[in-house]
Write a protein that binds this ligand. Sequence first.
Ligand SMILES: O=C(NC/C=C/[C@H]1O[C@@H](n2cnc3cncnc32)[C@H](O)[C@@H]1O)c1cc([N+](=O)[O-])cc(O)c1O
Ligand SMILES: [Mg+2]
Length: 214
Amino acid sequence: TRISRPERILAYVKKHAVPGDAESVANAIDAYCSGVEWAMNIGIDKGKILDRVVSETDPDTVLELGTYCGYSTVRIGKLLRPEARLITIEMNPDYAKVAKQIIALAGLDSKVEILVGSSSELIPQLKKKLDIKTLDLVFIDHWKECYLPDTRCLEESGLLHKGTVLLADNVVCPGAPEYVKYIRNSSRYRSEYFSSRLEYLQVEDGLEKSVFLG
Ligand SMILES: O=C(NC/C=C/[C@H]1O[C@@H](n2cnc3cncnc32)[C@H](O)[C@@H]1O)c1cc([N+](=O)[O-])cc(O)c1O
Ligand SMILES: [Mg+2]
């Protein structure tokens, strides 16, 4: 069988990125996905919004839901302080294998931990397994119908503190209507929408940033 799209992305990154240079890894993925074949990475335009939110939050502990190839993992990881930690959850072992190599190529493996499994199973275990108290930033970019149940799970697991930032990709395209309805109507969050464009295309999409109020 043909190699998978993530494996084609990895091959391109190995050929064109500079090992240890996270920026060159992200640029190589963007070059491939703009020029060769589309892939569901957050991309350049929304990536700049992600960068700004990460820098403003300056988190010690970050959780990412949906690693895929590790593009946003690299974008986030390269902005973190050396002692900060990024946990990323990916249920597809083949994608996780690719992402692990891309994260290592970016020189970020000391800051990043990939957990292979489903978010619904792993979120309740985070405190125990990884000795985590609370999360400062959660980047949500996995199956869109999981956004809301997993946010409820984060609340119930006591992983959110006053000021924790949730940043959700694709709230317009493909859309996460149940999540948006909940989070914008909940008195426990202050939300704002950042309009942008879908990765590598001219379609409208955007990110929803929600601050947990405790
Ligand atoms: O569908 C999209 N993303 C789904 C992302 C899915 C990724 O998260 C993992 N996953 C899913 N539930 C999981 C639960 N637990 C762990 N990993 C999980 C999947 O194995 C995959 O690696 C998408 C689609 C478009 N689009 O234009 O069509 C654009 C985007 O930016 C997107 O993010
Ligand atoms: Mg996305």
